[in-house]
Write a protein that binds this ligand. Structure first.
Ligand code: PHE
Length: 368
């Protein structure tokens, strides 16, 4: 009897006091490892500040997708099947969230991406949502900035054919730029390419007023270097995929003056939470936070909020609650997640100035 009672107490306490497990799937190694590292720092900080929900501890299970599409899907399967998580934060690159998101959707586990901006990531899904804006906004904001602020009439648009993010962003830019009265032409490249002189020579012969490079920092930094080497002195514009310290390390002088659209800058924001976040981040890491850190931080907070709203650690209830989050004060601004699972936010423009990411302006494409 005594033994039975003891067992019952043990089982009960496990049920009542079990930790809530959340999977975190990020590119911690490989091509875009800098993005994984930054997201993780933001998530870690948020977890340290708010380690519990519903009176239970939150456990984070971090899995690396190695910056690869197949691993992106495998990692999601693994945290669901092996680690038995009730929800997932991740992934970063849109192509990875598309691959991983398909698995989460099939297995009915909510997945919240901090930074995947391609619209298809959430399209037709109930379980995949995001705390960031989508690329129709980002592309339009870039087009407005190029046309109005840079006074560009002709744009050379560079597309990474291996990245859904790049292909989408380029398309949304083109559409808006044309609508505004500009014209453009396109050039292609692939993730991992190091040599862009063929595309650049062809592009520069057409005398563009701006180079719009949609892709990630490893290729953008090399593009900038080679463009300057070929004598191009005009403006270079990129998307959120540019923002990693590596851009400046690899790009050096060539990325000085480069503009990019993004989600957050400590000098451009926003809520009470922004102040707290920036302060705590500097305290913990000794450097100022960037967009990717802030988005990771917000993804954790929104996930935690949704679990609280759901009132239980039930995947289906959490998935539903995520899309009911309204006017939540995050580090990147007020976060409202719409019924499609997308956040509606304005777009920040930054530039590289004296080797630092510097705030330029905030664009709200919905108003234009
Ligand atoms: N928006 C990019 C994508 O969807 C990822 C990204 C977000 C990269 C923010 C850097 C900063 O692939």
């Amino acid at each position: 009897m005594k033994k039975f009672l003891l067992t019952m107490v043990l089982v009960l306490s496990l049920v009542v006091f079990a930790n809530i497990k959340i999977g975190v799937v990020l590119p911690m190694t490989g091509g875009i490892a800098a993005f994984g590292e930054m997201s993780w720092q933001g998530i870690e900080l948020a977890h340290e500040m708010y380690p519990e929900v519903l009176g239970q501890k939150i456990d984070l299970v971090l899995v690396d997708n190695r910056s690869e599409k197949t691993e992106a899907a495998n990692a999601v399967s693994r945290v669901i099947d092996k680690d038995k998580v009730v929800a997932i934060i991740g992934e970063v690159a849109s192509a990875h969230s598309l691959a991983g998101g398909a698995v989460a959707e099939r297995k009915h586990i909510p997945m919240l991406t901090s930074s995947s901006t391609n619209p298809l990531v959430t399209t037709g899904k109930k379980y995949v949502s995001r705390v960031c804006f989508i690329d129709p906004y980002q592309g339009a904001a870039a087009a407005i900035f190029a046309f109005d602020n840079l006074k560009a009439k002709k744009a050379a648009v560079f597309i990474d054919v291996e990245q859904d993010y790049s292909v989408g962003l380029a398309n949304f830019f083109k559409k808006k730029f044309k609508e505004l009265g500009g014209n453009y032409f396109i050039e292609f490249f692939k993730t991992g390419d190091q040599e862009f002189s063929a595309q650049l020579t062809d592009a520069l012969n057409k005398n563009p007023d701006v180079l719009y490079i949609t892709g990630y920092y490893p290729e953008i930094s090399l593009f900038a270097r080679q463009a300057r080497m070929l004598g191009y002195n005009g403006p270079i514009l990129a998307g959120d995929g540019a923002e990693a310290e590596e851009l400046i390390k690899i790009g050096g002088d060539a990325v000085e003056g480069l503009y990019y659209t993004t989600h957050f800058h400590p000098d451009g924001a926003a809520t009470e939470m922004t102040k707290v976040f920036v302060e705590k981040f500097i305290e913990k890491f000794g450097t100022k936070p960037g967009a990717m850190h802030a988005l990771g931080f917000d993804a954790y907070l929104v996930m935690r909020k949704a679990i609280e709203m759901a009132g239980k650690a039930d995947p289906k209830a959490i998935a539903k609650a995520i899309r009911e989050v309204k006017n939540f004060p995050g580090a990147t601004g007020m976060i409202t997640i719409n019924k499609n699972g997308d956040a509606e936010k304005s777009v920040v423009v930054d530039m590289v100035k004296n080797g630092e990411f510097t705030y330029v302006t905030t664009v709200n494409p919905a108003e234009k």
